[in-house]
Design a binder for this molecule. Structure first.
Ligand code: FEO
Ligand code: CA
Ligand code: CA
Length: 758
């Protein structure tokens, strides 16, 4: 969902639930780790990718205390330079890619997923969304298929895309492009409208294939295709399974819930399943105005408030109003029944959302599982550290709301290479994701940081005055409260994270934060700190002041000597988002040029084939100048830049100095804009074929700024993409997957390997 500061729209990303008074850098932390970080990735084989071949880069040992990391992903020798010509910023209603590359639309909102489903008319009269592509395509992963239909890690011309359908384009409750007349903004909402909206959220898995002419398309009647919607049966797994916090009328045993919701970032497990993060799910639920008293003001009220559902909170769509049927009633999270345990109502229904959910993309007969061990918050992606045989796996995650935290899950089981291709993929998930330790990050001003375990054995959690944790399940369900208790660092909205396959360092996109202030007022504002050091004003459209950190930054960490199980790390800021014309000493700290400048990084995915760091934006701050975009980057490593002190002046004239660590500035060869999307879109989700020749990305919510009153007048849509790119019926804008290829894809590998150019 777009991160605009436009107050005329309701924005469910813009949550301010973290009113904890966590300090930023008061604590003196453990011994500082060496900041000398020498890249020690092994040199892989040179292969030819969409972006061409690369020259060898030097790798070396060193005398620092970092463990050697051997990438298990076959990174083709790390690139030294990006050879394509940068794409200019653009406000045009089209997708722009560099000269020499092409894109095509292959899978858009409403496209049928079985032969018997009617073609999408795209006029608001379509139904049967359980068998169509959902809306707001987001995170996406590739699952290769061999010619015989078996899973393959090398197949590059046939595979499944597993992708999120995060949300819908709304104005006052109604997903208006889905309804012929724009739908109903008032309560009660008609069941006919709500049924469409319930089915269009979730996940889809769709087969895609490359034809002999090199053209990609999705396979409408593939037996692999399936949807997971808000109504699909899903298992609760991990520490919270069967806990009383999960008891509902639907699942009196607390072992199941229905559906997955507001799915944003993704991840792919080392054993070949899809992980999907449930992000802004809380806003879909309502609570009655007197629900605190109905609950006897018990500790569930504290939990609900912390997750953004204070009593009287209205739901995003009003789904609870569509009738007495259970599928509507569940969206009212109030205590309505007389039972002591919640088995006669949906007072606990909110606890069934907010997880990393595992799905076997290859097998639609398997129930998805909510992996509660990875915590409950506004999840984005889940990125695994490079697996090392005999060591635990680490999965990194962010909580995307202003002032929320960064997390790590460490498996109890050590990695067994035989599990890379298991007979039962969901059982591998049980093994690695249901038992382990959950940590939250605390950043220090000296460039170090700590992972603090979220467990009852942590004194600050056992003795937390604001909330009495009963057990580990309670910590898994109320993760934000546990992280508050240990004084985790409030971040500038953690979005995607991804692991650099070259050296194992972990990158986190911190998209923006309108609540950073030199002198915070109120419990939701926060002062700058070393890991979130900027407070500035960015002017939009010549008149609108955007304050805080409107452009965001990308932070990276390097784990300590224990690798995945490390409890300390070093960090720096790889890149600060900024306009190229912004003040160099305080805002444009990464010295971005007009070919590189960006605002609000969100999607962040390292290519396993090239090691390129793809950066995607979901921006509302720079959109007076450019639509959202995707950039290619070749980053260095933690510690390659320098310390920098930012000086602020308080109202009383006093000084506030904030030390931070700025990564080495990118050059024209190491950061370039690769793509600009159509009007009012977000660019998100990325996966590629194993040979690197086809890159899939998603264009989410083009035309989002259209007024609902104009739904019947295409001339007033802010975007008509992708119909204006020749795809599909009707002119209503549609979220869609595109595939990008290099025009010389037919050239021989030898020709391309010698070209050296990207
Ligand atoms: Fe769905 Fe945080 O973006
Ligand atoms: Ca501006
Ligand atoms: Ca996102």
């Amino acid at each position: 969902m777009k991160n605009t500061q436009d107050p005329s729209r309701v924005h469910f990303n813009d949550e301010d639930s973290n009113t904890s008074s966590n300090p930023s850098f008061e604590s003196v932390l453990s011994a500082r780790l060496s900041r000398r970080s020498i890249l020690r990735g092994s040199v892989g084989t040179v292969a030819t990718t969409m972006l061409g071949a690369a020259s060898l880069s030097a790798c070396g040992g060193g005398d620092d205390d970092t463990p050697s990391v051997t990438p298990t992903t076959p990174v083709n020798t790390p690139l030294k330079a990006l050879g394509f010509a940068a794409v200019a910023k653009s406000l045009e209603d089209k997708v722009s890619v560099p000269a020499g590359y092409s894109f095509s639309v292959i899978y858009a909102l409403g496209d049928p997923l079985r032969a018997s489903t009617a073609a999408y008319k795209n006029d608001g009269t379509d139904t049967d969304y359980e068998n169509r592509a959902g809306d707001h395509h987001d995170g996406m992963e590739w699952f290769g298929l061999a010619a015989d239909g078996k899973p393959s890690t090398t197949a590059a011309d046939r595979g499944l895309l597993g992708m999120n359908h995060e949300a819908t384009t709304d104005e006052v409750r109604s997903s208006f492009f889905l309804h012929a007349n724009g739908g109903t903004s008032t309560l009660p909402r008609p069941a006919s409208e709500v049924d469409k909206e319930l089915a269009i959220h979730g996940v889809s898995v769709v087969e895609v294939k490359k034809a002999s002419d090199g053209k990609w398309s999705y396979i409408k009647d593939s037996a692999f295709n399936f949807r997971v919607t808000t109504l699909t049966d899903v298992e609760i797994s991990g520490p919270a399974r069967g806990n009383k916090l999960l008891i509902t009328k639907y699942s009196p045993t607390g072992t199941k819930t229905r559906g997955t919701l507001n799915n944003c970032g993704t991840g792919k497990t080392p054993w070949g399943t899809l992980l999907t993060g449930e992000e802004n799910w809380a806003g879909y639920f309502t609570r009655n105005a007197t629900d605190n008293a109905a609950r006897g003001n018990d500790k569930s009220v504290t939990a609900l408030n912390r997750y953004g559902r204070s009593q009287g909170a209205a739901s995003r769509h009003g789904w609870e109003s569509a009738g007495s049927e259970d599928k509507y009633a569940r969206w009212n999270n109030s205590k309505l029944g007389a039972s002591a345990d919640g088995s006669d109502d949906y007072r606990n229904e909110l606890n069934g959302q907010g997880y990393i959910v595992e799905i076997d993309a290859y097998d639609k007969s398997k129930l998805a599982k909510k992996r509660t061990g990875l915590g409950r918050f506004a999840h984005e992606s889940a990125a695994f550290g490079t697996p090392v045989v005999g060591k635990p796996l680490a999965a990194y995650m962010g909580d995307d709301s202003r002032g929320e935290y960064i997390y790590k899950f460490v498996s109890a089981a050590n990695w067994d290479a035989a599990d890379a291709n298991p007979a039962n993929r969901m059982a591998a998930g049980d093994k690695y994701l249901d038992s382990g330790k959950l940590y939250v990050a605390k950043f220090a001003a000296d460039g170090t940081g700590q992972w603090i375990e979220l467990a009852l054995s942590t004194a600050a959690i056992a003795g937390y005055a604001s909330y009495a944790f009963a057990d580990q399940a309670d910590i898994c369900v109320n993760t934000r409260l546990a992280a508050d208790a240990v004084g985790a660092t409030k971040m500038d909205r953690p979005e995607w994270c991804s692991v650099n396959p070259v050296n194992g360092e972990v990158y986190f996109a911190l998209t923006n934060n309108s609540n950073r202030r030199v002198e915070p007022s109120g419990s939701s504002q926060m002062a700058p700190d070393s890991a979130n050091p900027r407070v500035y004003t960015d002017v939009k459209g010549g008149t609108t002041n955007q304050t805080g950190n409107p452009n965001g930054h990308i932070l990276r960490i390097k784990e300590g000597a224990a690798g995945s199980a490390a409890t300390s790390f070093t960090w720096d800021v790889y890149l600060f988002g900024a306009e190229s014309t912004a003040a160099a000493g305080s805002v444009n700290l990464s010295s971005l040029t007009s070919d590189q400048d960006l605002s609000s990084p969100d999607g962040l995915v390292f290519s396993p084939s090239t090691g390129i760091c793809w950066i995607q934006t979901d921006d509302g701050a720079y959109t007076d100048v450019t639509n959202c975009m995707m950039l290619a980057a070749i980053p260095g490593q933690v510690g390659d830049g320098a310390k920098k002190t930012l000086s602020y002046t308080k109202a009383d004239g006093g000084a506030l100095n904030v030390d931070t660590f700025v990564g080495k500035a990118p050059t024209a060869d190491t950061l370039k804009r690769f793509l600009v999307g159509p009007k009012d879109c977000e660019i998100t989700g990325l996966c590629e074929t194993p040979d690197g020749k086809a890159l899939f990305i998603n264009v989410q919510h083009p035309g989002e700024g259209t007024a609902m009153a104009n739904v019947a007048d295409p001339s007033k849509y802010t975007s008509q993409w992708p119909s204006n790119a020749g795809y599909g019926a009707g002119k209503r804008p549609r979220s869609a997957t595109i595939v990008i290829t290099k025009n010389d894809a037919a050239a021989s590998a030898a020709d391309r390997a010698s070209s050296q150019g990207l």
